[in-house]
Design a protein around this ligand. Structure first.
Ligand code: PMP
Length: 426
């Protein structure tokens, strides 16, 4: 009844309840690159809530913004009105994306942005086929799931969207063959695949985009994970100077506190879709462009720009890559490292030397394939460094640090990984 989060008793009761129901690790607070448990121990957050805390946790400007929105008694969600804050955030997004993207539709999650992008592509072109890449992850609602060609996500959920086909990753001939068959509304791709931090050869995306243009298909870049500085550019598409017809944004957009997402299109796509019927019948979502989400979006982009976090992500990525390559030279279990800014994958393989094969036997209470899941990430957790397992075969340890990390955080991540790999093969 008198629930007050400032009350120490309420807080410690909450921690106890969570522990009783099986959560052994309860984080009580967070700041920047760190989480803190109830005992005040720090945990290095190289997960960032799966890539939402690009500006770090509990940034003071974000906290102030949230308070301000509430204190100002603003009118929120006057549905048929053009809200001021959504206008400002739309303008900002248009300013920081490629110039031809000049229409913005706000929604609430990555999957919802992908749904909107696919729907607008079908509506604007009047075509019926959609192409997506093998290994792709675009979300798990039905339309997004249909273009998610990754692991077992699709199994057991019927036929999903008709007209969706998979294109072999990095294979331009396969893409062209499928485009040539005609009726393709769109080709959707992540610039860097999130599930294993894969990126294709440098000519792939520019040529894929050109092929889409040649066959009249729209090119959709899904930047839900890579956008807003994650890869060391504001948008990963800048690595290849791409000009997609549709761009999806979510995750980091609101700084991590309230859901916020959007997809940007060329204005003519927007107009073609909306000229068909009454506006609300075409596409709408109740909570899209609510004030709190919009204000958080404006604050987040301000922090990214003002604190030069995109540049910092690029700098951090270079150091992390160099240090991981040094580790790879010393630890034969590391098969590959892939880094784009603050998107990091360490792929593990089989032992090669006799010494390592013998050591490997010792740790082989677990299946080889589960090494990252059963050994590396739990041992990293013991060093209080949070990472997660990814990849089609769960053979990758992935890190998505906040873009605010500095030398101290990078050193702790690398030296913990080094210790873990030495310990488990000693
Ligand atoms: N697209 C991409 C590229 C993603 O990485 C994700 C989330 N991991 C999604 C879409 C789905 O986003 P959400 O979980 O917010 O629905």
């Amino acid at each position: 009844e008198n629930y007050d989060l400032h009350d120490q008793h309420v807080n410690s009761t909450l921690v106890k309840v969570l522990r009783t129901i099986g959560f052994d690790k309860v984080y009580a607070s967070a700041k920047g690159s760190y989480l803190y448990d109830a005992e005040g121990q720090d945990y290095l957050d190289f997960l960032s809530g799966y890539g939402v805390f690009n500006i770090g946790r509990n940034h003071p400007l974000l906290a102030k913004t949230i308070k301000d929105v509430l204190d100002l008694d603003m009118s929120n969600m006057v549905q048929m009105d053009c809200a001021l804050l959504s206008g400002l955030l739309a303008e900002k997004l248009v300013e920081i994306t490629p110039p031809h993207l000049d229409a913005v539709f706000f929604c609430n999650s990555g999957a919802e942005a992908v749904e909107g992008a696919l729907k607008f592509a079908l509506g604007a072109t009047g075509r019926n086929r959609i192409l997506s890449l093998s290994g792709a992850y675009h979300g798990l609602t039905l339309g997004a799931l249909s273009v998610t060609n990754n692991g077992n996500f699709q199994e057991g959920f019927g036929k999903l969207l008709p007209g969706v086909e998979q294109v072999i990753y990095g294979d331009l001939n396969d893409l062209e063959d499928k485009l040539r068959q005609g009726d393709v509304a769109a080709f959707i791709a992540e610039p860097v695949q999130g599930k294993g931090v894969y990126f294709p050869a440098d000519d792939y995306f520019p040529q894929a985009q050109a092929l889409c243009r040649r066959y009249g298909a729209l090119f959709i870049m899904d930047e839900v994970q890579t956008g807003l500085g994650r890869t060391g550019k504001m948008w990963a598409l800048e690595h290849w100077n791409l000009e997609p017809d549709i761009l999806t944004v979510a995750k980091a957009l609101s700084g991590g506190y309230v859901p916020a997402a959007a997809f940007l299109t060329r204005r003519d796509i927007h107009q073609r879709v909306f000229s068909r019927l009454d506006r609300c019948v075409v596409h709408s979502t109740t909570f899209g462009r609510n004030n709190l989400a919009m204000a958080c979006g404006l604050a987040t982009i301000h922090v990214l720009q003002h604190e030069k976090l995109v540049e910092n992500a690029a700098w951090a990525g270079q150091i992390i890559e160099q240090k991981l390559l040094e580790l790879k030279a010393n630890h034969e279990l590391i098969k590959d490292v892939r880094v784009k800014g603050c998107m990091v994958a360490i792929e593990f393989g089989e032992p090669r030397s006799m010494k390592m094969k013998l050591a490997w036997k010792g740790i082989h209470a677990v299946d080889k394939g589960l090494f990252p899941q059963m050994i590396v990430t739990p041992m990293m957790n013991k060093h209080r460094v949070l990472t997660h397992v990814a990849g089609h075969n769960l053979d990758i340890v992935k890190a998505l640090p906040p873009l605010v990390i500095g030398e101290t955080e990078i050193h702790r991540f690398i030296s913990s990984l080094d210790d873990v790999l030495q310990d488990c093969t000693r």
